[in-house]
Design a binder for this molecule. Structure first.
Ligand SMILES: [Fe+2]
Length: 614
């Protein structure tokens, strides 16, 4: 037996993954255990969990693979500082002590972070090789073109290459600071959202705007070549020298200083979002055109933070040159832990690789599972009123009925998801046909107000009837956007059309029902969907079937099981706490149905005042 532990840490969203004889046995992000969102600390708890899941002690590990080369990153910081000196002194002073203390003593930190002594060989891999490995090795393809797009890892920010059988080869690089991820993040920052997590919100804002700044971006900020390679004009940016992303020249070009977080969103911000989204798609299509021409391959695999841009991914699949697309669901740095471990097994140890028809990611359900007994013991100990339904068909019929009555259901089953999205084991579910569902789930459960609709989970075999996909085309990891089909859309009245065009309050716009599943339909009729099949997530699939039988609708709202600012729940204790602190109606954990008595509403603590979601 060969056991390889992959680790990603110290930048953003630390994680651990365990590969035993080539199989991904476990993977989890540290934030789920420490309860600190995007925890970047050494993933002590995630490592301990992975070993526990496989029944291994640290001394049985053969290799530990770190997803990054600390010294290369250190050199980049140093060289960037020297190139821009003396302007960069402030950010240099801020970054250096952390680097010197933690990252240069990584070997010791890794050994000390293990739950016991270990003689495992320690390997440091290239950041983009880790991303590329996480995209290709678990994919269902024997060969594929590889594209990784990142904010910044070491020197490369975009890499192109190929994967064949058990080897990957990266052949082309774009180097720091010329980065699509950082370009997108600069606009995220400028529009008042948090860099590294607000990119998703900027993408959600884009459908409200028009790409009126597209030409300004292409003329001034970026020199884009026909093959998709580009140079950024660094006069407009400030991330090499300062502690912000954008500089004065940038602010002049786009008509003012950056938006203050939580201040009003203006049409200008929506237009900026639409413009950078448009440019991102253009770059991605050009890069992919070139990559397809170079490689002659029909499959593409993607990873790196930009691969989470599901709008661009949907477009790539519809208009791009590749026939098939597979995206690592933990596309950000957390997924580097899986990539690093698989790289060692296939590329360094030269083991044979046999791709599986779906993929080898196991639905990304790679985290902790809790037994029915553990769940039951907790509920009894907490003196909670619950019903225990042993028969699964009966259980799912009951839950489908509650959902059809408009109840909001916390759904806690099986193993926790690996990656940023809840995929139906740590999810909050609702009926997408209910017009108030989007506002209610946001205000009473997530304690936020949002201009973005929720994501739909849909039965794979019915997905093409509701969304613009080919029959049986998959989106198992919620990484594609597709339009809601015309026949399910609703005609808008004259007043609604007016409101949709110019109401400054985006929450009013998103609440105009545009389809018969309004809670999951964006203002441009798009939906970022998850297709659900029996192999990846059997019980969730059967629940959707039960809901479909009862209502004729094969779609549910699926949002992550957490409240604003917190990581997704991990344990039954986390789930029960979240259930009790919100106005969620029902909690289903394994075979238990926990309901709130109507009277109990009065006793609920007023947890938080809803805030606008940035
Ligand atoms: Fe990365």
């Amino acid at each position: 037996m060969t056991a390889i532990l992959g680790i990603s840490a110290f930048y953003h969203d630390s994680a651990a993954a365990l590969v035993v004889d080539g199989e991904i046995v476990a993977a989890a992000q540290e934030e789920r255990f420490s309860r600190k969102k995007f925890d970047a600390a050494f993933p002590t708890s995630a490592v301990a969990y992975c070993l526990r899941e496989a029944g291994l002690r640290a001394d049985l590990l053969d290799y530990i693979a770190f997803y990054d080369k600390p010294l290369t990153k250190f050199e980049r910081l140093l060289e960037t500082y020297l190139a821009f000196a003396p302007q960069g002194f402030r950010s240099f002073c801020k970054a250096m002590p952390i680097w010197l203390k933690e990252k240069l003593h990584l070997r010791r930190a890794i050994r000390e972070g293990l739950p016991g002594p270990s003689k495992a060989k320690l390997l440091f891999l290239d950041h983009h090789e880790s991303h590329a490995a996480s995209a290709f090795f678990p994919s269902p393809f024997e060969e594929a073109a590889i594209l990784t797009l990142d904010g910044v890892g070491e020197w490369s920010t975009t890499t192109l290459g190929t994967g064949r059988d058990n080897r990957i080869a990266l052949t082309h690089h774009l180097r720091f600071p010329h980065s699509l991820g950082l370009l997108y993040s600069a606009f995220t920052y400028y529009c008042g959202f948090k860099v590294n997590s607000g990119e998703y919100k900027l993408m959600g804002l884009a459908p409200y705007g028009q790409p009126v700044y597209r030409d300004a971006i292409l003329q001034h900020l970026i020199d884009l070549k026909a093959d998709g390679s580009f140079w950024l004009n660094m006069e407009y940016f400030n991330y090499c020298q300062g502690l912000t992303m954008t500089g004065d020249k940038f602010h002049k070009l786009f008509g003012g200083p950056p938006r203050r977080p939580e201040s009003n969103l203006l049409q200008r911000h929506m237009d900026l979002a639409a413009s950078i989204q448009n440019v991102t798609e253009e770059i991605l299509l050009r890069i992919c055109g070139d990559l397809q021409w170079r490689t002659g391959m029909k499959n593409l695999v993607l990873a790196g933070g930009v691969a989470l841009n599901c709008v661009a991914n949907g477009l790539l699949l519809r208009n791009g040159p590749f026939e098939n697309l597979w995206i690592q669901p933990a596309a950000g740095d957390a997924g580097g832990a899986i990539g690093a471990a698989l790289f060692v097994w296939f590329q360094l140890l030269e083991h044979e690789r046999r791709p599986k028809p779906h993929d080898s990611q196991r639905g990304s359900l790679l985290g902790p599972r809790f037994t029915a007994n553990e769940v039951r013991a907790l509920l009894e100990q907490a003196r909670t009123d619950f019903e225990w339904i042993v028969d699964e068909t009966e259980l799912l019929d009951r839950v489908a009925q509650l959902l059809a009555e408009g109840k909001v259901v916390g759904w806690f089953q099986d193993r926790m998801e690996f990656g940023p999205r809840a995929l139906g084991t740590r999810s909050i579910l609702g009926d997408p046909r209910v017009p108030e569902m989007q506002a209610r789930m946001n205000l009473q459960i997530k304690f936020r107000e949002s201009f973005r609709p929720f994501a739909p989970a849909v039965l794979l075999e019915h997905a093409h009837e509701w969304f613009g996909l080919e029959p049986n085309q998959e989106s198992p990891y919620m990484l594609l956007v597709a339009p809601v089909r015309e026949q399910h859309r609703l005609a808008l009245s004259v007043e609604q059309r007016e409101l949709m065009r110019k109401d400054p309050d985006l929450r009013r716009r998103v609440n105009v029902p545009r389809s018969i599943i309004p809670a999951v339909t964006h203002v441009d009729y798009s939906a970022r969907l998850q297709t659900v099949d029996a192999e990846r997530n059997r019980r969730f699939y059967r629940l959707l079937q039960a809901f479909h039988r009862r209502t004729g609708c094969p779609v549910l709202v699926n949002t992550s099981f957490n409240v604003r600012g917190e990581p997704i729940v991990c344990t039954p204790q986390d789930a029960l706490r979240c259930f009790q602190a919100t106005h969620m109606d029902v909690l289903v954990m394994e075979n238990a149905i926990v309901t709130k008595k109507p009277a109990a509403y009065g006793d609920l603590p007023v947890v938080q005042r809803p805030v606008y979601e940035d």
